[in-house]
Ligand binder design. Structure first.
Ligand code: HEC
Ligand code: HEC
Ligand code: HEC
Ligand code: HEC
Ligand code: HEC
Ligand code: HEC
Length: 498
């Protein structure tokens, strides 16, 4: 019999299997970690295997070693009829036991060192955009795709969704564990409902980088709209939105970030906060002023029992990065950029109509979009279909691009799934409170005149736009509705398909 290096207890099939599993996985992890330091641009699954899957298998193997030894001991005790003492004796004078002792203590120290390094990599990896956006890519596709085209494409998902500090890290990993289960067993809702739970309060995340209290002056917004007529008549809007403190040269209108420097509380009557019948303003001296709509269901009693929300960044900027364009807006932007030529008759209307149906899947949508544009021009304008075929093809590929970036049939996500609360044309947005119907007990109204929030500098056809720094009254684009827009919610007629 050859001399054994370790106590005989460890020479049993279970402990041996554990030892083999642990050492093989350990070796593999070392090689993969080396690869990770040498190559960048590895697939997203690489990190999961190296820093999560293999270490779990290795630890399992390590746990199996002492379990095997314990079982073996029990076996011996039975055989020796209680001749063996209940706990092992450690005797460092015994050569076998000494080797085992030093081997296990060195191995434990090394393992702790590697666990620290591996753990750090695991942490780094689960915080990466790749992990969040690509691992379950079918589920996260809408958020990941829209994120890549947003001003926050260089901000990691976790900067908004988790933020700094240990407690939110743990909270997010716990809800993350449930999400992995939900994805594996296909138990997740489509679309993912908003507002999402466990999204950290905006003041703690957005304010790491933005500080609206120190914003100064106005932001200029210029937009091109095209009407649904044969000439695709263009109608521009150029306006200023005051985002911060007044500069010396301008009138001191209150800025839109007024809500961040004051406390505005509200209670919605639906889960997505699209209907807000109850608003309370808390003034600096502690007094309050409550504004309600005529159909407000909240009584002082039910308010006291409800979880009153305090307005923060996300109550206006709910889509700062997952920006999903409406068909109208996407086509307007593509026409202004020239990728859909405004010289094609009726192209605004035809393009919007091609984007609007709910398609089964992306392939089906891309085919039908191409078909509907080609058949429209072949049927109504055969001459243009022939002469301007390159313009039509260009419009088709532009529309297909719009579809891929803003429509995600697998997750049932498009502009209809998530309202955007900035503005008021296609979604209620600011008009959830500033609609002229929110009154206080003494008859005060949350201001809703068109100059409250922006100053229109010019509007109309690009050729006759003269900038007027004092501001001009809004003219609704010529749509045959006369003055019907006045006193109405824009969303009474607009739903993103104009
Ligand atoms: C600039 C901050 C920010 C970044 C960066 C960001 N998100 Fe979000 N995300 C939000 C906000 C705010 C919401 C809440 C949207 C709402 O309530 O309508 C949200 C919502 C979501 C939702 C819920 C579904 C939806 O579309 O509303 C998912 C899923 C999501 N984000 C995933 C991601 C992933 C994956 C990344 C990185 C690729 C990411 N987010 C990056 C701010 C961010
Ligand atoms: C890690 C830093 C970081 C965080 C956190 C962050 N942002 Fe940003 N944000 C940026 C950067 C960088 C830009 C791009 C600035 C630019 O293009 O001038 C930006 C741009 C913006 C813009 C202007 C977009 C436009 O149309 O030009 C808005 C609005 C905005 N962020 C809102 C938010 C909100 C709301 C949150 C919290 C949910 C948030 N940000 C969190 C860094 C951040
Ligand atoms: C009452 C709604 C509202 C709230 C609350 C709000 N914002 Fe804004 N914010 C706006 C509007 C409106 C604009 C103008 C730009 C636009 O219309 O897209 C703007 C613009 C911005 C911009 C772009 C500024 C620029 O230079 O163009 C940033 C960044 C921003 N907000 C961050 C924040 C952050 C961070 C918070 C929370 C602390 C916040 N906002 C709260 C309405 C709001
Ligand atoms: C939850 C309700 C609510 C929403 C949503 C809301 N506001 Fe307000 N806003 C208020 C209240 C309340 C006041 C204070 C009215 C007062 O002073 O009596 C206010 C005041 C303002 C003021 C200062 C007006 C003044 O003359 O004192 C501006 C500007 C403003 N809001 C812009 C916006 C914009 C832009 C949006 C959309 C992006 C928006 N608000 C969304 C509740 C809201
Ligand atoms: C409570 C603030 C507020 C009031 C009141 C308000 N607006 Fe606006 N409006 C906004 C904001 C914020 C945007 C910009 C949204 C964005 O960045 O896309 C906007 C955008 C617009 C646009 C550009 C269309 C778009 O969405 O791009 C038009 C046109 C407009 N407003 C007209 C009006 C008219 C007409 C009135 C009066 C009936 C009015 N607004 C009252 C806040 C307001
Ligand atoms: C009574 C119905 C009605 C109301 C209310 C209404 N609109 Fe319109 N609007 C229309 C129609 C119809 C068109 C023309 C659609 C077309 O030809 O593309 C239109 C077109 C527009 C356009 C240009 C087309 C485009 O691409 O968006 C803008 C901008 C616009 N409206 C802004 C507003 C704003 C802002 C409000 C709220 C203050 C508003 N509208 C209220 C019916 C309405």
């Amino acid at each position: 019999m050859t001399k054994r290096k370790f106590p005989d207890l460890f020479y049993n099939p279970i402990s041996m299997a554990g030892a083999i599993i642990a050492s093989v996985t350990f070796g593999t992890i070392l090689v993969l970690m080396l690869i990770d330091t040498i190559w960048s641009a590895l697939p997203p699954y690489f990190g999961i295997v190296t820093y999560i899957l293999l270490p779990s298998v290795m630890i399992l193997g390590l746990i199996v070693i002492p379990i095997g030894a314990l079982l073996e001991r029990k076996h011996w005790r039975k055989a020796a009829e209680a001749g063996v003492p209940p706990l092992p004796k450690i005797d460092l004078n015994d050569r076998q036991q000494r080797t085992a002792f030093f081997f296990f203590s060195t191995a434990t120290l090394l393992l702790m060192l590697f666990t620290a390094i591996g753990g750090y990599h695991a942490f780094e990896f689960t915080e990466s955009v790749q992990f969040c956006g690509k691992i379950c890519h079918r589920v996260m596709k809408p958020e990941y795709t829209t994120y890549l085209h947003s001003p926050h494409a260089r901000v990691a998902c976790v900067e908004c969704h988790v933020g700094p500090g240990a407690s939110w890290y743990v909270k997010s990993k716990l809800s993350g564990a449930y999400q992995v289960y939900a994805v594996l067993f296909n138990k997740f809702p489509r679309p993912i409902p908003t507002p999402i739970k466990n999204l950290r309060p905006a003041r703690e995340t957005c304010e790491q980088c933005h500080w609206p209290q120190s914003f100064v002056g106005e932001r200029r917004i210029t937009r091109a709209f095209y009407l649904e007529d044969s000439a695709n008549t263009r109608w521009d809007i150029d306006m200023l939105i005051k985002i911060g403190k007044s500069t010396s040269g301008e009138a001191s209108r209150p800025p839109v970030h007024w809500h961040v420097t004051h406390t505005v509380e509200f209670l919605p009557s639906d889960s997505t906060s699209q209907t807000i019948p109850w608003v309370r303003l808390v003034l600096a001296n502690g007094t309050t002023e409550t504004f309600t709509t005529s159909d407000n269901p909240f009584t002082p009693n039910s308010v006291a029992k409800s979880k009153v929300k305090t307005m923060d960044c996300m109550d206006c900027h709910n889509r700062p990065t997952h920006v999903i364009k409406t068909p109208g807006q996407a086509v307007n932007d593509a026409m202004a950029a020239g990728s859909i030529s405004p010289t094609l008759p009726w192209v605004k209307q035809t393009a919007v109509n091609a984007l609007t149906p709910r398609y089964k899947n992306t392939a089906d949508a891309l085919d039908t979009i191409a078909l509907s544009l080609h058949s429209f021009y072949q049927g109504k304008y055969p001459k243009i279909a022939l002469q301007d075929s390159s313009k039509i093809n260009e419009a088709v590929s532009s529309l297909q691009g719009i579809y891929k970036e803003n429509f995600f049939p697998y997750m049932k996500v498009d502009w209809r799934a998530y309202p955007n609360d900035i503005g008021h044309q296609d979604y209620p947005g600011c008009f959830r409170c500033h609609d002229g119907n929110h009154k206080s007990a003494d008859g005060k109204i949350i201001p809703n005149s068109c100059q409250t929030c922006h100053l229109i500098l010019s509007q109309g056809a690009p050729t006759d736009s003269v900038v007027n720094l004092a501001g001009v009254a809004f003219k609704h684009p010529p749509a045959g509705i006369g003055d019907a827009w006045q006193g109405a919610m824009c969303t009474d007629c607009h739903d993103g398909t104009q």
